[in-house]
Ligand binder design. Structure first.
Ligand code: MIG
Length: 777
C-alpha cells in the first residue's frame, strides 16, 4: 500500500457538492462565479481553450509552473460574449459556447453545431477532506485516448486510470499506475473532438465509465479543481493547443533517430568495443550505444568504474571515430557515504540539496548504490548543480543521458532483501522557495524535473551540440526535456502487440519521442519474436534494442542469419527513411504532432479506426500493419478512405475496405497513401557517415503535398536560421503526373542531387539549387 495513502485522509467522508451560483463577475479573460463560499472561475484563453477552476474555500492555489508553462496572463486576450438568462450564464467564443447553469451550478460546453462537450453530470463538482472531483457525461459513441503511459489497447473507455508515478516493474495489461503519468486525454466521436487536461500534480484519477457507465469522474487529492477543455476540429488541433500549454519537444540530434543498442550491461570497455565492431563488420546501421549502471564505480552516479571502464575518454572517442555516440545511464539515488570522499554526496549534503523529512533528517532509501539520498530536482539551484555534474560524462565525450529509476523507485531495505517500495513521506518539503510545497503535490514531477536537470546541464556543457535525453518517468510537459521509453517490458508477443497502442497514446498525450525496448527487456526472445519486433521497432520514434541482466543476448545477429538479415533490412529501411523521420520530428517540435499515430488521428470521423490499435501511421503517409503473433503469415488490414499502394509491390487499392495481407516472416505489411511524397536517402551505417549526396523523393501518384525539413542535424544553428524547408506538391493532369517544387526557404544550403521518382512511372534527377521548378511525368 503506497505510503501516501496513510498520510492524507480522504475516503469515507461524504461529498459536499457545489451550490447555486449567487453572483458573477465578468473580467477581461472570463467570468468568475460566486457559489456561496466556493469560487468557480472560467477563463477563456483562446477561442478553443477554456480553463475551469473551482476553489471550495474560495481561495485559489498559487500559480504552478511545472506542467503548464504560459501563465494565463500570457495568452493574448480573445473576444467573447456573455449572455445571461435566468437559468444560466453563457460564454461564447468563436468556436465554443460554455454554459454555466445557475442552480445547481454545472459547466457544459457546445461546439458551433451545438454538440455537447464535457457536460457536468451527477454531482457535477464536489469535494471532501483531501479530495475534489468532477463528474462528466460520456456521450454515446464517445471514445477516449491519451492518458500518458498506459498498457492495454487504444480506447480507454470503461477503464480507471490513476496518475501516480511508480516503478511499474512486471507491468501487464491490468497494471494501472505506470512510470510516467500525464493527466490528459482526447475524447472522440464522429465530428466531435476535444481534450481535457486535468491540471493537478497530486495523486489523481480518471474513471472513464468503469464504475458507472456513461459517467467520467476526474478526481484529485489536491485542494482545487483545475482543468482545461481543449477543443479542436481534429486531433491535430487539440495537440497543437495542448502542447502550447505544456510545451513541445526540442529538435533532437539526428543521430538520436538512428538505431540505439543497449543492454544491462555491456560491462566493460572491451565488450563495448567488440559490440561496436560487430555492427560495422556486419553492416547493420547503428548510431548509439548505451551504457547501463555497471559503467559506474559501485553505482555511484557521475563516476566511472576504474576496473571496467578505466579510460572512458579513450573508449568514447574511439567509438566516435567509428560513428557511435555514447549515452550513459544516471539514476537519482546518490550513494550515502559520509566518510567516503564521494564528492556528489558531500556537496549535496553541504549545500542541503537532498530531500529531507519534516523533522529535518535526510530522507534515505535503498537503490543500486545501497543506502541512498535523493536530490530535490524541483529546486532550480539543485538542477543546476546536478546539470553541471554531467561534466564528468561530457568530458569523456558522452553525448546523451538516460535517466532511470526516477519515479522515484526506492526500496525500504537493501536491494536483494525482500522489501517494500517506498517514496518520500507525503509531507516532505520540496520545491523552490517560490513554489515550496510537499511531496504529495510534487511526487509525479520527480522524474520530469530530473530530466529537466539533465537536459539543461547537457545543453550548457556541450556547446552548440544537441544532446539526447531519455527518461523513464515524466509528467505532462516531459516532452520539453526528454524522450521517454516504456520501462521494463517483456520478451513476449503480448508486449510487442501492446507497444503500438501504448506509444500511440503517448503521442496523443503530447510526447512524440517515445519507444519500447525492442526485443523485450525481461526474458528471452525467440528468433521469430525478435524479427517481428525489429520490424515494428523500425516504426518507433525511439528505436532502441535493450535486454536485462541474466537474459540471453539480444543483439541483431544472435539469432542466426535469417533473423539477422531481417534486422538489417528493417534497420536499413529506417535509415533510408531518415529524411522523412527527421521532418516528422521537426513537425513534432513545431506543432506537437505525434510521429507514430493511430489511424484515428487522420481519420477521426471514421468509426472503424476508433478501436484499431494494431495498425499505425508513421506521419501522415506511411501505414504499417505489423504481425505481432507467432506463426501468423496473413493478417487483415483496414484501408481507410482513399487510394493506397502496397509499399513493397506498388499494388494499388481503393480504400474503405479490408484486405488480407500476406506477411511471411521477412515482410511487415506497409502501405502508402496516394499523393504521398516520401523523401529517402541511401543506407548509411550511421547518420553522419557521409554528407547526403542524393535525396530521392518517392512520389505515389495522386494529389498531395509534403514539406521537407533539413538542417545540419546536430547543432543549434537552426535556431539562427540555418534550416531549410522545401515544399513539394504532386497532382495529375490527364495522364500526366505533375510535381511542383517550391523555392527553398531558410538559410541552410544542402548540396545534393535530387531524384524525383514517381513510383511506377519514371524518374528525373537534377542538382538542387533551391529554385522552384516543375517536373512532368
Ligand atoms: O532495477 O539499470 O528500466 O532499462 O536496464 C533495474 C538497470 C534498473 C531498470 C530499467 C532498465 C535498466 C535497469 N533498471
Amino acid at each position: 500500500m503506497p505510503q501516501y495513502f496513510g498520510k492524507l485522509p480522504t475516503t469515507g467522508a461524504s461529498w459536499s457538492t457545489i451550490g447555486a451560483v449567487q453572483g458573477i463577475q465578468r473580467h477581461q479573460q472570463g467570468v468568475d462565479f460566486d457559489c456561496g463560499g466556493s469560487h468557480l472561475a472560467i477563463s477563456i484563453l483562446a477561442a478553443n481553450l477554456i480553463r475551469v477552476r473551482l476553489a471550495p474555500k474560495g481561495e485559489f492555489m498559487p500559480r504552478r509552473s511545472w506542467a503548464v508553462t504560459p501563465d494565463d496572463a500570457e495568452w493574448s486576450v480573445v473576444p467573447f460574449e456573455v449572455k445571461e438568462t435566468d437559468a444560466a450564464v453563457e460564454i461564447l467564443t468563436e468556436q465554443l459556447r460554455v454554459r454555466v447553469q445557475r442552480n445547481e451550478c454545472r459547466v457544459e460546453c457546445f461546439d458551433k453545431a451545438g454538440q455537447a462537450i464535457a457536460h457536468d453530470t451527477g454531482m457535477g463538482m464536489a469535494w471532501r477532506t483531501g479530495a475534489i472531483a468532477t463528474w462528466k457525461r460520456i456521450e454515446a459513441d464517445e471514445h477516449f485516448y491519451g492518458f500518458g503511459e498506459r498498457t492495454r489497447l487504444l480506447d480507454k473507455l470503461s477503464e480507471v486510470k490513476t496518475n501516480w508515478t511508480l516503478d511499474a516493474l512486471d507491468y501487464d495489461s491490468l497494471t494501472d499506475e505506470m512510470y510516467t503519468c500525464i493527466p490528459f486525454f482526447i475524447a472522440l466521436r464522429p465530428n466531435v473532438n476535444y481534450g481535457i487536461f486535468f491540471n493537478t500534480t497530486f495523486w489523481s484519477q480518471f474513471d472513464i465509465g468503469a464504475e458507472e457507465p456513461g459517467v467520467l469522474r476526474m478526481e484529485t487529492r489536491g485542494d482545487e479543481l483545475d482543468y482545461y477543455i481543449v477543443y479542436g476540429s481534429e486531433p491535430a488541433q487539440i495537440l497543437r493547443t495542448y502542447t502550447h500549454l505544456t510545451g513541445r519537444m526540442p529538435l533532437p540530434p539526428k543521430w538520436a533517430i538512428g538505431y540505439h543498442q543497449c543492454r544491462w550491461s555491456y560491462e566493460s570497455e572491451d565488450v563495448v568495443r567488440e559490440l561496436a565492431a560487430e555492427f560495422r563488420k556486419r553492416r547493420i546501421p547503428c548510431d548509439v550505444i548505451h551504457l547501463d549502471i555497471d559503467y559506474m564505480n559501485g553505482y555511484r552516479v557521475f563516476t566511472w568504474s576504474p576496473k571496467r571502464f578505466s579510460e572512458p575518454a579513450k573508449l568514447v572517442s574511439e567509438l566516435a571515430q567509428d560513428g557511435f555516440k555514447t549515452v550513459t545511464i544516471i539514476d537519482p539515488g546518490v550513494k550515502y557515504e559520509p566518510e567516503g570522499d564521494y564528492h556528489v554526496f558531500d556537496a549535496g549534503v553541504a549545500k542541503n540539496y537532498f530531500v529531507r523529512k519534516t523533522d529535518g533528517e535526510l530522507f534515505h532509501g535503498y537503490v543500486w548504490p545501497d543506502k541512498a539520498v535523493f536530490p530535490d530536482f524541483l529546486r532550480p539551484e539543485v538542477r543546476e548543480w546536478w546539470g553541471d555534474l554531467h561534466r564528468s560524462l561530457t568530458e569523456a565525450g558522452v553525448a546523451g543521458i538516460w535517466n532511470d529509476m526516477n519515479e522515484p523507485a526506492i526500496a525500504d531495505r537493501p536491494f536483494g532483501d525482500p522489501g517494500e517500495k517506498i517514496w518520500f513521506p507525503a509531507d516532505a518539503p520540496q520545491g523552490s522557495e517560490a513554489e515550496r510545497t510537499t511531496h504529495a503535490e510534487t511526487h509525479n514531477l520527480y522524474g520530469q524535473s530530473m530530466a529537466q536537470a539533465a537536459y539543461e546541464g547537457m545543453k550548457k556543457l556541450r556547446s552548440n551540440q544537441r544532446s539526447f535525453i531519455l527518461t523513464r518517468s515524466g509528467f505532462a510537459g516531459v516532452q520539453r526535456y526528454s524522450s521517454v521509453w516504456m520501462g521494463d517490458n517483456q520478451s513476449l508477443w503480448e508486449y510487442l502487440e501492446n507497444s503500438l497502442p501504448m506509444l500511440c497514446n503517448m503521442g496523443l498525450s503530447g510526447v512524440a519521442f517515445v519507444g519500447c525496448d525492442v526485443g523485450g527487456f525481461a526474458g528471452n526472445a525467440t528468433a521469430e519474436l525478435f524479427a517481428r519486433w525489429m520490424q515494428v521497432g523500425m516504426l518507433y520514434p525511439l528505436m532502441r534494442g535493450h535486454s536485462a541482466m541474466t537474459t540471453a543476448q539480444h543483439e541483431p545477429w544472435v539469432f542466426g542469419d535469417r533473423t539477422e538479415n531481417i534486422c538489417r533490412e528493417y534497420i536499413n529501411l529506417r535509415y533510408q527513411l531518415l529524411p522523412y523521420f527527421y521532418t516528422l520530428f521537426w513537425e513534432a517540435a513545431t506543432t506537437g504532432a505525434p510521429i507514430l499515430r493511430p489511424l484515428l488521428y487522420h481519420f477521426p470521423n471514421d468509426t472503424h479506426t476508433y478501436k484499431l490499435y494494431d495498425q499505425v501511421l508513421l506521419g501522415s503517409s506511411l501505414m504499417a500493419a505489423p504481425v505481432y503473433r507467432p506463426g501468423v503469415e496473413y493478417r487483415a488490414v483496414y484501408l481507410p478512405e482513399g487510394t493506397w499502394y502496397d509499399w513493397w509491390t506498388g499494388e494499388r487499392y481503393e480504400g474503405s475496405t479490408h484486405i488480407l495481407a500476406h506477411a511471411p516472416l521477412e515482410k511487415m505489411p506497409l502501405y502508402v497513401r496516394a499523393g504521398a511524397i516520401i523523401p529517402m536517402q541511401p543506407v548509411m551505417q550511421y547518420v553522419d557517415e557521409h554528407p547526403l549526396e542524393e535525396l530521392t523523393l518517392c512520389i505515389f501518384p495522386g494529389n498531395g503535398e509534403f514539406t521537407l525539413y533539413e538542417d545540419d542535424g546536430h547543432t543549434f544553428e537552426y535556431q539562427n536560421g540555418a534550416w531549410a524547408t522545401t515544399t513539394y506538391r504532386v497532382s495529375s493532369e490527364g495522364l500526366e503526373t505533375i510535381v511542383d517544387i517550391e523555392a527553398r526557404q531558410g538559410q541552410w544550403t544542402p548540396s545534393r542531387q535530387t531524384i524525383v521518382q514517381v513510383v511506377g512511372v519514371g524518374e528525373q534527377r537534377f542538382v538542387d539549387d533551391g529554385t522552384s521548378r516543375q517536373l512532368r511525368f
